[in-house]
Design a binder for this molecule. Structure first.
Ligand code: S3P
Length: 429
């Protein structure tokens, strides 16, 4: 396991950079391309471990996929072109691969087995297996199909009218992907709006669907047609450098071509509200996803409350927001974020445990955390616990601590941002 030592150099972080392609969009481009008819080309693909797991799974399902760095070509033969895999499908650390794949396989007339790593084995799959079983899929697994390893045999699916108890794009996408192949109409309503990349991209692949507020509906038996997807930069990756730009003294950072889909921009709203000096320019749209350049400089931040409908719009950014809050005057309260407990790790506990090691004034609550700022953080031995976003948050923390920080299991950043440490170094010069 890699141990990375990082020290602040006092010069600030400066530069104009791009971040790798959006993870959610990259997964979906591979999946939808794999069940479309014709050749789908993806540029700006994220070659991180999670999205590579998606490519591997679809190769095992008989799809020809060529990938070189951020360029991918997929030779789709339609959903009926998928073949029974000879081996177990391994989703690695990727919850998105696991849950969306189950939705895809819910109607395939063959047997598949899905496993992942130790983190995946702890993540709740019932939230997708339950509606998929109601639609007609035959699914089994640990604890009645709640956890991996899971087996699935696709059925003659019937459309469903499903009211999801969680605001989860993975649940929404799994049900819609099953619905795409089902008999009749599938409708899903969620309690708060989760990211809508599936809805946007399904349309780009020629699917007709109706999205109205918290409800999405589509007719089954629709065929997708190949297209060209250009993936904009991942705001969830950019978030680490945005917070770094705001809290590391003497910093000025511009990040080019970052996806600013409004279901993802909670981090931008929060940084603004905390007082960050940030500008957004050059807004453009490609295949229905908006993107822009974001500039940020060292700012004086103030604590705020983050809750309710904002939470799904920044759920993956909470670890780095917690770090920002340690450098903001006053109290920051994060609530309604119980979903953090079922991410790659229990992110409430991990964020609190690791930031306490650096001297932060932070406490866990039932559904979030309370942070008092500002605090002078000090170097220590910390651990990503195999969670990419905890690892990157700790690396940004180490840019402002007194002394040296050693991050154990630092290789976890490769899940979503393989060039993270190189780009951080680049900004230091
Ligand atoms: C994702 C949805 C979110 C998010 C995850 C990616 C997606 O998970 O946290 O990193 O691509 O659909 P949930 O659906 O569990 O909220």
């Amino acid at each position: 396991m890699d141990m990375m030592s990082v020290m602040a150099n006092g010069k600030g972080l400066k530069g104009v950079i791009g971040v790798p392609g959006d993870k959610s969009i990259s997964h979906r481009a591979v999946m939808f391309g794999s069940i479309a008819h014709g050749k789908t080309v993806i540029d700006g693909f994220l070659p991180g471990e999670d999205c590579l797991s998606t490519i591997e799974c679809f190769r095992q399902l008989g799809v020809k996929i060529e990938q070189e760095n951020d360029h991918v070509e997929i030779f789709g033969k339609g959903i009926k072109g998928l073949q029974e895999p000879n081996e177990i499908l391994n989703v690695g650390n990727s919850g998105t691969t696991c849950r969306l794949l189950l939705g895809m396989l819910a109607n395939t007339p063959f047997f598949s087995c899905v496993v992942g790593d130790d983190s995946i084995a702890k993540r709740p799959m019932q939230r997708v297996t339950e509606p998929l079983k109601v639609m007609g899929a035959i699914i089994d697994g640990r604890e009645q199909g709640c956890y991996t390893p899971l087996s699935i045999r696709g059925g003659n699916l019937k459309g469903i009218n499903y009211v999801s108890p969680v605001a989860s794009a993975q649940v929404k996408s799994a049900v819609l992907l099953a619905g795409l192949q089902a008999e009749g109409t599938t409708t899903l309503t969620e309690p708060m709006l989760s990211r809508d990349h599936t809805e946007r991209m399904l349309r780009a692949f020629g699917c007709h669907l109706v999205a109205d507020g918290l409800t999405v509906s589509l007719e089954g038996k629709q065929e997708l047609q190949a297209t060209h997807i250009e993936v904009p930069g991942d705001l969830s990756s950019a978030a680490f450098f945005l917070v770094a730009g705001a809290i590391v003294p003497n910093s000025h950072i511009t990040i080019k071509k970052v996806c600013i889909n409004p279901t993802r921009t909670g981090i931008l709203d929060v940084l603004k509200e905390m007082g960050a000096e940030m500008t957004i320019s050059n807004t453009k749209t490609h295949v229905s996803e908006p993107y822009a350049d974001i500039h940020i400089k060292t700012s004086s931040l103030t604590g705020i409350e983050i809750s309710g409908e904002t939470i799904p719009r920044l759920i993956d950014e909470i670890p780095i927001i917690a770090l920002a809050a340690t450098q903001a005057k006053g109290t920051t309260i994060i609530k309604d974020a119980g979903e953090l407990k079922v991410k790659e790790t229990n992110r409430i506990d991990m964020v609190v445990n690791e930031l306490v090691k650096l001297g932060a004034d932070i406490e866990a609550t039932e559904d979030g955390m309370v942070i008092q700022g500002t605090t002078n953080l000090r170097g220590n031995f910390v651990d990503s616990h195999g969670d990419h976003r905890i690892g990157m948050m700790l690396a940004i923390a180490s840019c402002i601590v007194n002394g040296e920080t050693s991050i154990d299991n630092s290789e976890s950043v490769n899940v979503s941002f393989p060039s993270f440490f190189d780009q951080l170094e680049q900004l230091k010069h």
